[in-house]
Write a protein that binds this ligand. Structure first.
Ligand code: ADP
Ligand code: MG
Length: 241
């Protein structure tokens, strides 16, 4: 397995946010996390990326226990790309600088090589002419695509996407989803939290329904979304669709 979360537990104060949660993701697979607001989707993604420390359990990337305290989080994050709902681009830096900053400074990679990869990615997603623009000259959809490129430039093993279309105007959602579908076609392994059920159905190999920090139901999208076995999943889908 490329990623495995084993009996992960996370509490904030008295609140159990991830409760004995286990999840496996094979290479080249896409897993969609769905569930009500507060069900633990973002926390799970943050734990995988070591932005949040787990209280119990193990998370493995390519078999290695990345939650071992001796592991350097920066080295793990070089292997895991993460994109958030808000694009978080630095407004005072060009698109190219936004993309190349962390690989250069944090990961100490060769500047010319990083630049070349950044331009290659921008070209692939049709944004090469925006390399020297500042983020405020770009649409929300373009900014989010840049944020995804920024997450890709280290050639990560795994890409985590946390509701990356939720902050976008509806007419801009499509271009971001198209980019994600392209990444799947290229074989990128992804875990994405989403409220776009139609998209989850198209792109995901597996849909995982989280409820109160537990995996209540998981399986192929057609089954979980089309014929859920758990009443709570059915309730959730009835509300959202
Ligand atoms: P989702 O992404 O599915 O909406 P979250 O992972 O954001 O869910 O949140 C799950 C629960 O954890 C919520 O009840 C939220 O209030 C709580 N939570 C998340 N982060 C923190 C934090 N840093 N401190 C305290 N509680 C938190
Ligand atoms: Mg969230």
């Amino acid at each position: 397995m490329l990623l495995s979360c084993e009996n992960v537990r996370k509490t904030f104060g008295a609140g159990v946010v991830l409760d004995d949660l286990s999840l496996e993701v094979a290479e080249h697979r896409v897993v969609a996390l769905i569930g009500a607001s507060g069900s633990g989707k973002s926390t799970l993604l943050r734990c995988i990326n070591l932005l949040t420390e787990i209280d119990d359990g193990v998370i493995r990337l390519d078999g290695e226990d990345i939650t071992d305290p001796r592991v350097d989080p920066d080295l793990v994050r070089r292997r895991i790309g993460m994109v958030f709902q808000s694009y978080n681009l630095f407004p005072h830096m060009t698109v190219l600088r936004n993309i190349t900053l962390a690989p250069g400074r944090v990961h100490r990679r060769d500047a010319a090589e990083v630049r070349e990869q950044a331009m290659d990615w921008l070209g692939r997603v049709g944004l090469a002419d925006k390399a020297d623009s500042y983020p405020d000259r770009l649409s929300g959809g373009q900014q989010q695509r840049v944020a995804i490129v920024r997450a890709l430039v280290n050639s990560p093993r795994l890409l985590l996407l946390d509701e990356v279309t939720s902050a976008l105007d509806p007419e801009l959602v499509g271009e971001v989803l198209t980019m994600i579908r392209g990444l799947k076609d290229d074989g990128m392994t992804m875990v994405l939290a989403t409220h776009e059920m139609g998209f989850a159905r198209q792109v995901a190999d597996q849909v995982v329904f989280l409820d109160g920090g537990r995996v209540l139901e998981a399986g192929p999208p057609d089954r979980v979304l089309g014929d859920p076995s758990e009443p709570r999943t059915r309730q959730f889908l009835a509300r959202i669709i």
